[in-house]
Design a protein around this ligand. Structure first.
Ligand code: COA
Ligand code: MG
Length: 292
């Protein structure tokens, strides 16, 4: 399970060189909006060279590539440039729905890129949120998860803001698509990936928002700056107290094999609590294995 995906502009030699030491679980080498149109050919070359220099079996950090949207010729050029160098995954921006992921998947099939996963940004066009529920039945073997974005959606709506003017929180439309993304990811049995936190100097705010996101069922989030990675990794790793509590819940159910509901510390626990505890332990173990 990937906790942190750090975006790195694909045309920046300096940032590419710095990125790996940030400690992210995955980098997203960007060929889309962080790269000016005239810089795209240079970015493709740099990203391909970066991938070749880090053979897939030897990688400690997953390397993903954000390609350009499928409508337009750039995406094809992106894939031609990078797929042979074995990225772990491809992020697909401005996906209109599972049919776009299926189309990308078919292109990867044709290129014999068998192990490449796909993470669509699933809310960036006005039609996309209406298709979120369809990921569940789309049988997309490459689908890693679903993530969402607010900036391109608000641009597509001609909106001058995506924030609530009184609270500063996401405005209703963006909270709605965020929740739909969370539900759709779980319906499809894949990871729910929280969007980026733009204010990269506000570590306390990032931590609070990331903990909330994990408590709601997101398993990781996008990052834009190396300084965000530590807070994100910590927020999406179960704490010592959570792991201890989960152990006690699992043990309590194990001690009462044919009982559906038990009491622990004066609280009622039933099957959803057991499932949640098992999930916490599995996550903690996965992150521990990664660290060792
Ligand atoms: N990946 C790798 N290195 C990064 C980085 C990133 N995403 N963001 C910053 N750095 C490096 C900088 O190059 C700088 O290196 P230096 O100390 O050797 O000079 C160092 O980290 C500190 O950066 P800082 O000066 O705080 O930020 P900045 O003004 O250079 O850059 C951004 C700010 C937002 C432009 C930059 O963080 C960035 O490019 N983020 C990714 C943007 C992106 O890919 N967006 C697409 C998805 S929305
Ligand atoms: Mg964008």
């Amino acid at each position: 399970m990937i906790r942190s995906f750090l975006f790195v502009p694909g045309d920046s030699e300096k940032k590419l060189a710095k990125a790996e030491s940030a400690g992210a679980d995955a980098l997203i080498l960007d060929l889309e909006d962080a790269v000016a149109p005239e810089r795209k050919p240079a970015a493709r070359e740099l990203v391909a060279a970066y991938l070749w220099s880090s053979p897939r079996d030897a990688r400690r950090t997953q390397l993903w590539v954000r390609i350009n949207p499928l409508d337009g010729g750039a995406a094809h050029a992106d894939l031609e440039a990078v797929v042979a160098a074995s990225p772990d995954g491809v992020m697909l921006p401005k996906a209109n729905g599972p049919q776009d992921v299926a189309a990308l998947s078919a292109q990867l099939d044709a290129m014999r890129a068998d192990d490449v996963r796909i993470l669509p940004v699933a809310t960036e066009t006005p039609i996309a949120p209406f298709k979120l529920g369809e990921y569940a039945d789309a049988r997309l073997a490459r689908l890693y998860g679903l993530t969402w974005g607010a900036e391109d959606l608000s641009a597509a709506l001609g909106a001058s803001t995506n924030r609530d003017p009184t609270t500063g929180e996401w405005a209703f439309t963006y909270r709605m698509v965020r929740s739909l993304t969370l539900l759709a990811a779980h319906a499809a049995g894949v990871a729910a990936v929280e969007t980026l936190y733009a204010d990269y100097k506000d570590e306390a705010g990032l931590r609070a928002a990331s903990r909330t996101a994990r408590a709601e069922g997101f398993s990781g989030r996008l990052a834009i700056h190396p300084a965000q990675v530590g807070a994100i990794n910590e927020s999406f790793t179960p704490s010592v107290d959570e792991v201890e509590h989960a152990r006690r819940v699992v043990a309590a159910f194990a001690a009462a094999p044919s009982v559906g509901t038990i009491g622990l510390d004066g609280k009622m626990l039933d099957m959803p609590h057991l499932k949640q505890a098992q999930r916490t332990l599995a996550l903690a173990q996965a992150h521990q294995e990664r660290a060792s």
